[in-house]
Design a binder for this molecule. Structure first.
Ligand SMILES: [Zn+2]
Length: 288
């Protein structure tokens, strides 16, 4: 019998689902909105109900308990998405499927997808950062996600805020996500980032804020590569601005890879997360 893998990329606004023979051999896929947990989980189980899955990999928004030894493995512990606090994804999926289940954060899953099949291949220390409705980041060391004691929350580091903008993070106000996510661009300039022309000063500010966070991450992790994904990074002109500001801020303190090798677009486009979830499904990289 052919091994069938289910992949789930559970995001704050939508949930991408796939059934595959291997992470890059997707047979069926679907996208459903992420609404309340009951409706969303039912939508996921309805999609999977036609297939006998052997394995399921889940990349989810957090904060979520990733310690597979914990009795609360898969528990969403915060109301980062309304209504989801207290939902245990491992229990929900286990009671609906006999498949073996493996869970990581959405950004770690995206990093794993890129490490195995995308722009992060053969990177000993790989960072994936998504900049969209929020900011999140994952670190892989030799292809395994680094979770530390709980898991990383890179979007909530502090960055310089010289104009004292109050920021939009519900928890911290002016953390990195509070200052540089898509909603914060809209809050600062009063216009959706989608409608801002390339020449608008908002992008200079955005590149500076993103570079500040990336320099902190470089100082902490000395990565071979930093992959920038998410809706805001669809503004391709940001890449060269960020590269040059990172170079200025780091000021040749230690040698870095060339800017265009260090800071790159995802090689898998918007499929990094779902492909990474499928890698998790086949028992892909354990956490360290
Ligand atoms: Zn925050």
């Amino acid at each position: 019998m052919t091994l069938l893998i289910g992949g789930v990329e559970l995001g704050g606004t939508k949930c991408v689902l796939a059934v595959a023979k291997s992470p890059i051999d997707i047979l069926y896929r679907a996208v459903i909105p992420t609404g309340n947990p009951q409706k969303t989980l039912q939508g996921i189980f309805d999609f999977f109900s036609g297939y006998e899955l052997n394995r399921i990999g889940i990349g989810t928004f957090g904060p979520v308990i990733l310690d597979s030894e914990s009795k609360n493995y898969g528990l969403l512990i915060s109301e980062s998405k309304k209504g989801w606090k207290g939902i245990n994804l491992f229990k929900e999926f286990s009671s609906n499927s006999k498949a073996k289940i493996n869970i990581d954060t959405d950004v770690n899953a995206a990093a794993i997808g890129e490490y195995n099949y995308g722009a992060g291949r053969s990177c000993q220390a790989l960072i994936y950062i998504t900049i969209g409705t929020g900011i999140g980041g994952g670190v892989l060391v030799d292809g395994k996600s680094y979770t530390g004691n709980f898991h990383l929350e890179m979007g909530h580091i502090q960055v310089p805020n010289p104009d004292n903008f109050e920021g939009v993070c519900r928890i911290h106000g002016d953390c990195w996500e509070g200052l540089a996510s898509g909603p914060s661009i809209e809050a600062r300039w009063g216009v959706s980032p989608l409608e801002l022309p390339e020449s608008h000063q908002a992008w200079e500010k955005e590149a500076e804020l993103l570079a500040s966070g990336i320099v902190s991450i470089i100082a902490n992790h000395s990565p071979d590569r930093v992959i920038l994904g998410g809706g805001v990074m669809k503004q391709k002109h940001l890449f060269s601005m960020i590269r040059s500001k990172v170079g200025e801020m780091w000021n040749d303190y230690t040698p870095l890879a060339s800017p265009s090798e260090l800071i790159v677009e995802p090689g898998l486009g918007s499929d990094s997360g779902i492909i990474g979830a499928l890698v998790l499904g086949i028992g892909g990289p354990a956490q360290i």
